[in-house]
Design a protein around this ligand. Sequence first.
Ligand code: GAP
Length: 587
Amino acid sequence: MTEDIGERVVELAKRRGFFFQSNGAYGGVSGFYTYGPQGATLKSNVENAWRDRFAVQEGHQEIDAPTVMPEPVFEASGHLDGFDDMLVECPECGESHRADHLVEDATDIEDAEAVPISEVEEMIAEHDLVCPNCGTELAGEPVQDFNLMFETNIGPGSSQPGYLRPETAQGIFVEFPRLKEYARNQLPFGVTQIGKAYRNEISPRNSIIRVREFTQAELEHFIDPEEDEPPLERVEDVEVTLYPASEQNKENGDYVETTVGDAVEDGILTNEWVAYYLGVAKPWYERVGVDMDRFRFRQHLPGERAHYAADCWDAESEIDGDWFELAGLAYRSDYDLSKHGEYSDEEFTLFKQYDEPKTVERATVDPDMSYLGPEFGGQAGEIADALETKAERDRTAFDGDTVSVEVDGDEYVVPVERTGFAVEEVTESGEHITPHVVEPSFGVGRVVYTVIAHAYREDEVDGEERTYLELDAEVAPTTVGVFPLMDKDGMAERAREIAAELRENGLDVTYDDSGAIGRRYRRQDEVGTPFCVTVDYETLEEGTVTVRERDTTEQTRVDVDELAESLAGLRNGGGTFDELLAPADAE
Ligand code: GAP
């Protein structure tokens, strides 16, 4: 049962209220989805599980930044210049397509994004690719870079352009000068954010897999690359399926089944921080219900890496034979903080105190302005600054009689005796460093989709076909369905009371009294409710209820007084349904 799961998931998601295309009343707009009552709860349960693992258990802090940010942020981050996808437009119907996706669909190439534009154009011609909308040939059509950011204006008029953030990360980076204070200027520290990101995708597809508005859960872990090491021993035994770039380049490239510790030792995972987060991520995906037989970590090919990433591995899952990215785990080095330091007026560095003060030699200049002024006129000030920078970076340049510096593309030669060059000994208590960043970046919608697809089951119960979702109790939108067997003799009232009691005990409860009991079970099965409780005559007479487990459909009777504790225990992983069955079997 592997075919067309995607289609069945989308149909179920719409029918049962997980997710559906937004704005249906106005014809719908591609790439925008609404999470219905079941989906919103499932999504929020996934977010809470992520928060628990990546923020709470790691000791990181969470923030909540705005989604609209001014243009200079994205000039600095490189998104204005480099956040592009390849677009090809149909000359006949005008529909735009992702050129790299057309190539991937028609060839064995898995990541055409990494292929240069000119080669993509050649492949379009070579494989006679046509417009998927109207069938017109696309050979000869130009492939262009299309920037994915949504532009807006902040306030009236167009004087302050802004953009909807394409990644939540920038909301963390721009606040680094303040966030480091909250962390008492001590590295390492991590900041997380769960929030919306926006990308004007050329061709949104696969329902919530590729959308224009989506939720990311991101962690930016700021480290001192010289000193900080991850606690690898905590995850070294985690088993992982790796698909390194070297294997992807081979004709019969294969996976490497290994552990995080061995992969580091064998040089497959070359960055220990990325390795650490692979080891954290894998059990987390398993915890929320991703099938580990359909899960892998794939290393980015060099041409595929984002403009900021020094190394990157994607967590990927498989549905219907296609692999897609769930998360990117990247080493962003000091790229972002350096850029924001360069483009803004703030310091994006952190003062690192030495254990012992150090005496170091420092090269300085004290230019003779009575010489520079008449000699170089209006450029004198900038030449003096350039001499200072040169002395800091290359003191050997002052070894001769003259030293040359560049200002605005012009070269100026200054006699060394006029520069006041000197080398002094100074005692320093520390230095300003730019932290490096390790970033696990998760797409929440893609986890929701995978969890549903991997939990999708069809079987037969009492001669009837049944569809159910084998969702983990931690993420299932409803933990317990409560039904009165009939709406008479006080059963409905008692069922409502029991539902209220279970809610008071922190369980997600759905009360349902409509239709035959079998249909009510099917409805809960389809949304993945792990347990259903039925109130009947025995409840009124003896104070017990029927508890039915979703996957096996087995039933047992439980004392109402023990119900909340038993079900909360089952939801939180304390015990199994078999143990709950045991006392009943023993009777
Ligand atoms: N800050 C790094 C970053 O944004 P990314 O690989 O571009 O990296 C991270 O995005 C995750 O966000 C992806 O692994 C994916 O799960 C999710 N994502 C990206 N684009 C998406 C889209 N158009 N629709 C749904 N999810 C998306």
